[in-house]
Design a protein around this ligand. Sequence first.
Ligand code: NDP
Length: 515
Amino acid sequence: MIHTNSDNPNINKDRKTPPTIIVIFGASGDLTARKLVPAIFNLSKDELLPKRCFLIGYGRSKISDEEFKDDIKSALDSHSRRKIEDSTWNSLEKNLIFHAGAYDDLKSFTELEKKISKIENKIDCKAQCLFYISTPPGVFMPILENLGESGLARRHRGTKTASKVIIEKPFGRDLASAQQLNQVINRRFDESQVFRIDHYLGKETVQSLLVQRFANSIFEPVWNRNYVSSVQITVSEDLGVGSRGGYYDKSGALRDMIQNHVMQLLALTAMEPPSSLDPESIRDEKVKALKALKPLVLGGDSPDVIRASYVEGLVNGSPAKSYLEEKGIPDESETETYAALRLYLDNWRWKGVPFYIRSGKRLAMKASEIVVQFTRPPAILFGQDSRLKVSPNLLVIRIQPNEGVTLYLNSKTPGLETKLQPIKLAFGYETTFGSNTPEAYERLILDSLNGDGTLFIRGDEAETSWGLLTPVLDYWNNQGREGLENYASGTWGPLAADKLLLGSGHEWITGRKYE
Ligand code: NDP
C-alpha cells in the first residue's frame, strides 16, 4: 500500500523489478489508449519501471512499429494525467514494438516468443513478461491457451522473472464460464502468476478503506451488528449506454458492475481483520465474507432483488432517450440497466445487518459511495419529538467523484434553544493531498510487475461472487420482461427499489441532501 506519486517523499523507488517486457493483447483498443498506455508512461516518469522495459503491442492489424509509436504518442497526448516530457518518451519510445497476429493462432504466439527471446539476447539477461489481456472477453480463452501452448506462460517459472498475466474484466458471465476460465488458467499458470483485474481496487479510497478500518482503533469496536444498522453501497452513472449498446445488452448492471466492483466493495467493508497484509491473508478474508452471504430470495412478496431499465427523462437538464431507443438495443431487450439487492451475511459480526447495494445507468448523478449507518442513541434526551430530529450517524466513504470520507454527527445549532442539526467532518483527498494522484491502472500495473496480488481478484473470489449471483441471472432469464421495472432517466431508480428498505427504518442515502 505505498503511494506511487512522485511528489510523495515516501515513494519507494528501490524496487528490484527485473527487466520487463509488457505485452498488450488488444493494443489498438480503447482501454489501451485511454488507460494502459498513460499508466505505463506515468510509471516510467516516476521511475517506477525498470530501466530496461519494453512494450509490445499485439493485434490483428498489420501495422508497423512506427505507426504503433504514433498511436501511443497520440494516446498520451489525449489521455495522460500529466505531460510526458521528451526524456520519458525517449527512454521508452525506442522500446515500443508491434507484433501483428491473430489471438487464436499458435504460430503468432511462437513468433512472439522468438521476439521476446531476441530482446533478452540483446539486453543479455532474462526479462519478466507481463501479458496484459485487454481484448473483448470472447478471446480471453484462446489467448490463455496459446500463452500456455507456446511456452510463454512457463517462461522462467519459479524465478523472479516468471511470466505474469493480467486479465481484464469481465471474468466470465456466470459461474460456469468463470469456472471454465479458471480451469484453463490453472492448467497453464500458477495462481501467483495471475492478476484478475477490477480497477476499482486500484482507486485510492478503496485501498484506503483497509487502512481506515485497521489502522484506526476507533472504528473496529463499532464495526459490527451492535452499532451498525445498515450498510449501503451505490455505484451510479448518469450516462446511458452510449455507443456500447451492443456490448451492454449482453451484460446488464448485475454482470457489468455488481458482480465485480460492488461485491468487492462489500467484501472489503465486511471482511474480518486479516492476520497480515500479505495478499493471501487479505483475499482469504474477502472470500470468507463473500461466502457468508446468504442466498437471495428471488420471488414472492418481498424479494431481495430488483431490476429495472431506464425510460426517457431529463439528465442534468437535458432530455435523455429510453434504453430501448438506444443504438444497438433490440426491441425485445430484457436487460436491466439498474439492479438493487438486499444482502445479509450469516456470521457473528454482521448477523441481521442489511447490506443494500445498487448500481445503474442514467441515474441522477455519477457517484460511488459506501455508507455505513450507525444505530440511534439508546435514550431520547432531546424532547418529546426529538427522535425525529436525531439523525443517524453516517460514515460516507466516497470513491468517486471527489474521493474522500465524511462522518455525519449531530450537533447543537447556536442559540438559546436546543435544536439539533447533522454536521459533517469531511476529508477530501484532493484538498489534503492535492490533485494528480496516480490512476488506478498505475497502481495495478505496478503491483502486478512486483508480483503483489493484494488488489486483484483470486479465482475463488470470482467464483464465490458468481455463485451467489448466477441464480439471480437464471431467475431473471426465466422471467423474461416480467418483473423488469422502469425508471425515468435522471432519477435515482425505480420506486420498487425503495421496497427493499421498507419497514427497516432505512432509506437510500446517496443522493439525499445531508449538506
Ligand atoms: P475494444 O473493443 O476496444 O477491443 C480491444 C481490441 O481487441 C480491439 O482494438 C481489437 O484489436 C480487438 N478485438 C475487438 N473485437 C474483437 C473480436 N471480436 N475478436 C478478436 N479481437 C477483437 O475493447 P476495450 O479496449 O474497450 O476493452 C478491452 C477489455 O477491457 C475488455 O475486456 C473490456 O471489458 C475491458 N474494460 C474496458 C474498459 C474501457 O473503458 N474500455 C473499462 C473496463 C474494462 P485488433 O483488431 O487490433 O486485434
